[in-house]
Design a binder for this molecule. Structure first.
Ligand code: DON
Length: 304
């Protein structure tokens, strides 16, 4: 156990010295203001012990990491029906790619690329009376944390430059795979992406995926089988066209966001979150990838 803290400290030292920090996402103007000098890591183990180092108290925009939480909520609401509208195959393409969507008649490859997440957002908009409020309540319960909130400035900033998401939503609509208004679905999606967490809050939220669907307070959110599905999707699709590289180097199911966060987990053992806003060429946190590779190598704890 103390081993986790020693390893995390040494990873943080290495990260702080690194000159290979990547570039902050600039296509969402509000995200471009964050410094790429930040690095934080938090690990929560199955027995609820916490280990942290670096900039762990600072909140950041979780962006695509939110796609895992919306998927969990949608699966809880409509179960296996989700898979009638979105596939479960890796795309091998960047997160915002559109050509496969057209070739495959409006059925997104998986729920973790943008097009797939828009279908999941559409499901939630259909199922919920007050979608944004109810989604936020769901996360607060999952994380046992009343303070989690959207950042309306980030949501607005993304809306202004969200041309590719508008294109994806319109393409989905043309194939009949978006039931609600394009604007309404995109408003929900831009808000889910704008959620702000620190590394510890992310671990608290994702704990149910290492604990067979039960959050830290003991409430059950998903079945064991649903947890298996989400974790397998994170392994095969969580890093888009870098999913193979992440499995190869890190060997854990995980999910990244262009805000520089990564959350990864080993079922029944631990959940870990890193944050460093500099991204590599595939849009995943450069130091986050490095840190998690060292974590699984030095602890010997990966799914492989
Ligand atoms: O839709 C977008 O482009 C962003 N809100 C989210 C993209 C993202 O985080 C991709 N992940 N690495």
């Amino acid at each position: 156990m103390a081993e986790f803290q020693r390893i995390i400290n040494s990873i943080t030292k290495r990260a702080n010295k690194s000159t290979d920090r990547g570039n902050v996402a600039a296509y969402i103007p509000e995200l471009a203001c964050v410094s790429n000098q930040k690095f934080g890591i938090h690990l929560l183990d199955i027995k609820k012990s916490n280990f942290s180092a670096g900039d762990v108290d600072e909140q950041f925009s979780i962006q695509s990491i939110s796609k895992v939480i919306t998927l969990a909520m949608a699966m809880g609401l409509i179960g296996e029906q989700v898979w009638q509208r979105v596939d479960v195959e890796p795309s091998g393409d960047p997160f915002n790619h559109l050509s496969l969507l057209e070739q495959e008649n409006g059925i997104p490859r998986n729920p973790l690329i943008n097009a797939g997440a828009l279908v999941i957002a559409d499901i939630l908009v259909s199922q919920l009376k007050n979608p944004k409020d109810e989604f936020l309540d769901y996360i607060k319960k999952l994380a046992d944390d009343e303070t989690i909130s959207f950042n309306p400035k980030v949501a607005k900033s993304e809306k202004i430059t969200g041309f590719r998401n508008y294109a994806a939503a319109n393409l989905l609509k043309s194939y009949g795979n978006l039931k609600n208004d394009v604007e309404v679905v995109l408003d929900f999606y831009f808000h889910q992406c704008s959620l702000e967490f620190n590394c510890k809050q992310l671990c608290n939220t994702f704990y149910f995926l290492i604990n067979r669907g039960e959050c830290q307070r003991g409430n059950t959110f998903l079945t064991i089988s649903q947890v298996k599905r989400i974790n397998s999707l994170m392994l095969t699709c969580g890093f888009y066209d870098e999913a193979g590289e992440f499995a190869f180097r890190v060997g854990l199911p995980g999910k990244s966001g262009v805000g520089g966060g990564i959350v990864a987990l080993l079922p029944n053992e631990y959940c870990v979150a890193t944050w460093s806003p500099g991204l590599n060429k595939k849009g995943n946190s450069a130091l986050g990838m490095m840190a998690l590779e060292h974590l699984t190598t030095e602890t010997g704890l990966s799914i492989f």
